[in-house]
Design a protein around this ligand. Structure first.
Ligand SMILES: NC(=O)c1ccc[n+]([C@@H]2O[C@H](COP(=O)([O-])OP(=O)(O)OC[C@H]3O[C@@H](n4cnc5c(N)ncnc54)[C@H](OP(=O)(O)O)[C@@H]3O)[C@@H](O)[C@H]2O)c1
Length: 252
């Protein structure tokens, strides 16, 4: 899984799953652009890379098409190419019944989790991949596979990511492969409220008996952005310690 000579962009690359993926891609020899909203988060992240000449940080809000176009342009200008885009940035401003979410929470979740997948893929296609080919990897969630208590609208946007992955893979083939990862519960800031105070209870319900770590997701990400998966497109790979592989409760 040698990525030498390639350039990757990882949105939300300043911490958590995005940073782990960016580090894994850099270790495989690629040049990496990491983006997030806050400069100080990116500065901290940059320090964790072994060879900092191979990493470039750009502040950008994924919820804006103008910012997406600017981010992709800045990546190509800095390293001269853009072979891999990892649409990782995500958010969840609302926890509770779906019927109680506000319009602004709905809009923000839609823009960051769902629309950004398309705007960044489109920018990469128009500015580089249509001519040179490439690989896109989207970070979905097992929430997108079925109902979840408290995470209703987030899960709706993640279900859309799974469908966007199929649609983009169909439209951009054969020159661009598009796949997704659907993680279960991973130990990051975004999910802290879900695991921090009841890890033992939660892990007792996960067949592999532990939370996911960002590294668990990054290892599969490396496979999906490299030539090791050169005949794979339109797929969503579940990485969840077996969370979604449970008996159905005897129905039927
Ligand atoms: N953790 C889990 O259990 C879990 C499970 C399933 C799926 N996921 C998905 O995995 C992805 C990564 O999540 P994570 O858990 O690693 O979250 P995280 O630790 O909170 O990291 C989120 C990253 O995205 C950036 N970000 C947030 N909003 C942004 C915006 N509007 N524009 C640009 N960057 C933004 C953050 O940096 P700034 O704050 O500096 O912008 C940060 O770098 C998300 O798509 C999430 O939905 C996570």
């Amino acid at each position: 899984m040698d990525l030498e000579g390639r350039t990757a962009l990882v949105t939300g690359g300043s911490r958590g799953i995005g940073l782990a993926i960016a580090q894994k891609i850099a270790e495989a020899g690629a040049r990496v652009v990491i983006s997030s909203r806050r400069e100080e988060n990116l500065a901290q992240a940059l320090e964790t890379f072994r060879d900092q000449t191979m990493v470039h940080a750009v502040t950008a809000h994924v919820g804006s098409r103008l910012e997406a176009d600017r981010l992709v342009r800045a990546s190509i200008e800095h390293f001269g190419s853009l072979d891999i885009v990892v649409n990782n940035a995500g958010t969840n401003p609302h926890f509770g019944p779906l019927v109680d979410i506000s319009d602004s929470q709905m809009q923000k979740t839609y823009e960051v989790n769902q629309a950004a997948i398309l705007t960044h893929s489109a920018a990469a296609w128009h500015q580089w991949m249509r001519e040179h080919g490439g690989v896109i990897l989207n970070i979905a969630s097992i929430g997108g596979l079925g109902p979840e208590s408290g995470l209703g609208w987030y899960s709706v946007t993640k279900a859309a990511v799974i469908h966007l992955t199929k649609q983009l893979a169909w439209e951009l083939a054969p020159s661009v492969r598009v796949n997704a990862i659907a993680p279960g519960l991973v130990r990051t800031e975004l999910a802290r409220g879900l695991w921090e105070n009841n890890e033992t209870e939660i892990t007792s319900r996960i067949p592999l008996r532990r939370l996911g770590e960002p590294e668990d997701i990054a290892q599969m990400a490396l496979v999906l952005v490299s030539d090791a998966s050169s005949w794979v497109t339109g797929q969503t790979i579940v990485i969840d310690g077996g969370t979604t592989n449970q008996p159905t409760g005897g129905v039927g």
